[in-house]
Design a protein around this ligand. Sequence first.
Ligand code: HPA
Length: 248
Amino acid sequence: MLAIIGGTGLTQLTNLEISHRQVMRTPYGEPSGAITFGRLRQHEVMFIARHGYGHTIPPHEVNYRANLWALKEQGAQRIISVAAVGGIRADLLPGVIVLPDQIIDYTYGREFTYFDGRDCSVTHIDFTQPYSQELRQQILDAGRCADIPCLDGGVYAATQGPRLDTAAEINRLERDGADMVGMTGMPEAGLAKELGLNYAAIAVVVNHAAGRGSSRNGVHLETISAVAQPAMARVRSILECVVDSDVD
Ligand code: HPA
């Protein structure tokens, strides 16, 4: 089954016909909230709001391990993660939807692995391609089918937050090769890979990164939701085309 993890601006899927909600406990603690089950265009999907349904859990406090474990336990094989980002690359303007294909992880102090050596021998995973190529392609095709432009590829820098970045930090991220910056891409993608889930992210640019464009003198936090809202409506349409293209 397909699971969707909603981020800032996507705490629910409006067109989801909800069948039930399931509160879960996992060996890693509690997920961000109950898992919502329902039908999106006649296809079974599950949904969880990463920051909680009331948007109360900051990026560094999200229990990423519990969220992914719970989704897998409930039968998810594929995960589409939706996340708000700041745009660093010149074409990643506010409102743009982009499918990252690489990650650089700058987070710290988060529970980032299931393989912590306590119950198992040392385990490594290959993370050369952090996102499922197949699922990315399906989302790109869905974007085309919905006539919604989705940029293909970009390097996602995962920062610790919850504060936004300094202009110098953004310059450094750019020198490192990052195209966009967000706070939730890791450890989520790594944990999904550890669990063998097919995982891809839809990133929605909600602001110019610090020091760039309209954020040259500061990020206007008050405009973020005005940008996110219509963009998330487009993400919902893409998700509907994704499930429509599923052969289930
Ligand atoms: N920086 C970090 N995370 C973000 C940003 C940003 O500018 N915008 C949305 N998430």
